[in-house]
Each structure stands twice: as structure tokens, then as C-alpha cells.
Design a protein around this ligand. Structure first.
Ligand code: NDP
Ligand code: MG
Length: 383
């Protein structure tokens, strides 16, 4: 159990739920960070009294510093500010709840400072997971997943002393709001329809990723990175009820599953209290009143993003970075209603087609692939 944390991305969906857990468990928050929502950041700073608040950009940081002038809270900005928040000596753990590749540098700062990293941000694991995990080994940082599927796997692996006993990771997937539709039908869905997730309430980017099943594709790669699994050891099963959060099959045939009501506070709490389990007010899972639990294979024709991610996972290298960066750029265009939902997989596929894969990339090559893929998507969307 940790006593003090830094929270990167405190104004987002995971960030706000992390603060609920801190309140519930009496965990001190030494640093908060955000990008633009400074009204909420100010409220959070007044409630939690961290020693440092960092904002990604200068203007909102200056405004926040003016508003917090009556308190003894330092306001920092930019990458330096985010990195300082991530490596604050007082914090035992860092929760990475920033969305997108922007989390890479602060996450690396937390890893290099040897922190426990409660890892919500999946994009950095997809793009630079091998480097992040290697740095974690080198600096003695403890990586604990927050993403519900990976937390479920992590929980199922407790007590597994030999990694060789793990045969298969089974990621469950709700199927999203467009489960059962054909590709042409999914392609025409609006932003409002894509933002209606059946079981979870989350930030916009991940909610759109759930609608295209790119989220499950990113999680496929995330699982390989976190648990050092080969692509053939990871599988995806559609489980509409989101009661089983994921499963591990062992070499003796046993399959362990972690179940519970869908509430991200459980994996967040576990990442902060691990190896302990602490009491919570979460409603218990009522199995007798649960809908029947169903399982089906994913439809890779209707959801090409998942298929592309699985192919990239098998190929390895910078194609995972291109997949993620092109998707981030395309989702941003969809959020601005400049492209349709159906154009997201098309743009990602075109970016992958036009980029040569580098098998064992350096950090510079990853950053370069990320930049190029974003530019390509912007150029192709403008045509
Ligand atoms: P949100 O969009 O709700 O929140 C994102 C947070 O990141 C906000 O605090 C935002 O600040 C901050 N942020 C955005 N861009 C930048 C940037 N360039 N630099 C610094 N900070 C930035 O996202 P979620 O909470 O939904 O998701 C966060 C991460 O967790 C994602 O990687 C997602 O895939 C993962 N995740 C989320 C789940 C969920 O239930 N939401 C479940 C599993 C994983 P501001 O608000 O000020 O703009
Ligand atoms: Mg998930």
C-alpha cells in the first residue's frame, strides 16, 4: 500500500476516480497535473492541497498560479513541470492517467525515479512498451496495470511463481456500442452514437476507441508488453456483460478469471494498495441477478482496427507506433467531426501502408514514426 502519490491527468475520467480512491483510502496527493481544465484542477488543488501542480501549457498555468496565490502550492508548466510531478521524491507511486502518447516523457521520468507506476495510459505501452518495461527493470520501477483487463490478468497471476505456467491471456471485450453491426453500418455512425458505451463511462478518446474496437487492439499489444507474452498467447473474446474483466489460462488447463461490477476504482485501488486488498464501498457482484454470461469471437471484418492491431502485434516494431499515432490523429479528427467513423480504420491502414517498419527501434525512431504518422493522417484527411 502506498501513502503518497503523484497523479498525472487528474482532471480526466481515471484521474477523478483516482482522487475518489485517495479520499476513500486516506492516500495523500503530492502532485496533480492536467492540460487545460484549470477550473477543475483548481478545485482539486484546494481539496487535496498538493505541493506541486503542473499544467502542460504556459497560459493556463499562469492563470492557475494567479488563482492559487493564497495557497502554498507551486505551479509548474510544460514538460519540465510534468516530469517534476512524476518524479517528486515524496511520491511513492505515480498514476499515469494522461491520454495519448503525451504521457511518454512524464511516464519515463516516473520509471527512472524508480516509482511504482500505476499504469492507466496504454498508448505509451503500445508505442514504446519494450523501452518502458526495459527501463522499469533497470531502475527498479514497479509497473502495476490499471486498465481493467490487465489488472484482472495481474490479479489472476498472483501466486503464479513461474511465468512458464501461463499459457494464454484471454482479454474480454464488451463489443462496444456497435456490436453485431456490419462494417458499412459501423462506418456511418455519428460521434454522439460512438460516445454511448454500453457498460463504462470514460474519456472521449478511449470511448471512440471502444466503438471501433481499436481499444481492444491497443490492449492486445499492451498485454504482450506488460506480461511479456507472445502474440499467439493473447486472445480476445466478446463478453457483452463486462462481468469477467479478463482471464488467464495456465498450462495445467486451469482458467482463472477476475470478476466484479464494472467500476474502474477497483483496479485503481488495487494498483495503489497492492499487495493488500482494502475495503471499499463498491456494490457487491450479485451473481443471482446477473444477466447470463455470454462469450463470442470478435468480428474482425466489421472491426478492422482490431485486426490491424493484431497484425502489428505480430510484426512488432514501429508499426505499433504508427498504428497508435495514426489512430490518435484520426480519432481527434473524428471528435472534431472532420472525418467519419469509417475513415478511422481507412486512415490508419493508409498510414501503415505508407510506412516502412523498423523492427527494433530506438526511442528517436519511435518518436519519428509517431510524428510522421500524425502528419500523414492530417495530409490524407485534408485531400
Ligand atoms: P480523459 O480524456 O478523461 O483525461 C485525460 C487526462 O489527460 C486529462 O487530465 C487531460 O487534461 C490530460 N491530458 C490530455 N492531453 C494532455 C497532454 N497533451 N499533456 C498533459 N496532459 C494531458 O482520459 P481517460 O481518463 O479516459 O483516459 C486516460 C488514460 O487511461 C488513457 O490512456 C486511456 O486509454 C486509459 N484508460 C482509461 C479508462 C477509463 O475508464 N477512462 C480505462 C482504462 C484505461 P485536461 O482535462 O486538462 O485536458
Ligand atoms: Mg480496458
Amino acid at each position: 500500500m502506498v501513502n503518497t502519490i503523484s497523479l498525472l491527468g487528474s482532471t480526466g475520467s481515471i484521474g477523478r476516480q483516482t482522487l475518489d480512491v485517495c479520499r476513500e483510502q486516506g492516500i495523500r496527493v503530492a502532485a496533480l497535473t492536467a492540460r487545460s481544465r484549470i477550473d477543475l484542477l483548481e478545485q482539486q488543488a484546494r481539496a487535496f492541497r498538493p505541493q506541486l501542480v503542473a499544467v502542460a501549457e504556459l497560459e493556463p498555468a499562469l492563470e492557475l498560479a494567479r488563482r492559487l496565490a493564497d495557497l502554498k502550492i507551486e505551479v509548474a508548466y510544460g514538460l519540465d513541470g510534468l516530469r517534476r510531478a512524476a518524479s517528486l521524491p515524496e511520491s511513492e507511486a505515480v498514476v499515469t492517467a494522461v491520454v495519448g502518447m503525451a504521457a511518454l516523457w512524464p511516464t519515463m521520468a516516473a520509471v527512472e525515479a524508480g516509482k511504482r507506476v500505476a499504469f492507466a495510459n496504454k498508448e505509451t505501452l503500445v508505442c514504446a512498451g519494450e523501452l518502458v518495461m526495459e527501463a522499469a527493470r533497470r531502475y527498479g520501477a514497479e509497473i502495476i496495470p490499471v486498465d481493467s483487463e490487465h489488472s484482472a490478468i495481474f490479479q489472476c497471476m498472483q501466486g503464479c511463481r513461474d511465468r512458464g505456467e501461463m499459457k494464454r491471456l484471454i482479454l474480454t471485450c464488451s463489443g462496444g456500442p456497435f456490436f453485431g453491426l456490419r462494417r458499412e453500418e459501423v462506418a456511418k455512425k455519428s460521434k454522439a452514437e460512438a460516445l454511448c458505451h454500453p457498460n463504462w463511462s470514460m474519456g472521449e478518446k478511449i470511448t471512440i476507441d471502444c466503438a471501433t474496437l481499436m481499444n481492444k487492439g491497443l490492449e492486445y499489444i499492451e498485454a504482450m508488453r506488460l506480461f511479456r507474452a507472445a502474440p499467439e498467447q493473447v486472445s480476445v473474446v466478446i463478453h457483452r456483460q463486462s462481468v469477467i474483466h479478463s482471464m488467464v489460462e495456465f498450462t495445467d488447463g486451469a482458467v482463472l478469471a477476475q470478476m466484479g461490477t464494472p467500476d474502474m476504482r477497483l483496479p485503481i485501488r488495487y494498483a495503489l494498495t497492492y499487495p493488500e486488498r482494502r475495503k471499499s464501498e463498491q456494490p457487491p457482484l450479485d451473481l443471482l441477478n446477473c444477466p447470463p454470461l455470454t462469450f463470442a469471437p470478435p468480428d474482425l471484418d466489421a472491426f478492422p482496427c482490431l485486426k490491424m492491431a493484431m497484425d502489428c502485434a505480430k510484426a512488432g516494431g514501429t508499426c505499433c507506433t504508427v498504428l497508435n499515432a495514426a489512430n490518435e490523429a484520426a480519432v481527434e479528427l473524428f471528435r472534431r467531426e472532420e472525418v467519419s467513423l469509417g475513415q478511422i480504420p481507412d486512415l490508419v491502414a493508409a498510414a501503415l501502408d505508407r510506412t516502412a517498419n523498423i523492427r527494433h527501434p530506438s526511442l528517436e525512431q519511435i518518436l519519428d514514426a509517431d510524428r510522421r504518422a500524425r502528419t500523414l493522417v492530417m495530409e490524407m484527411a485534408a485531400c
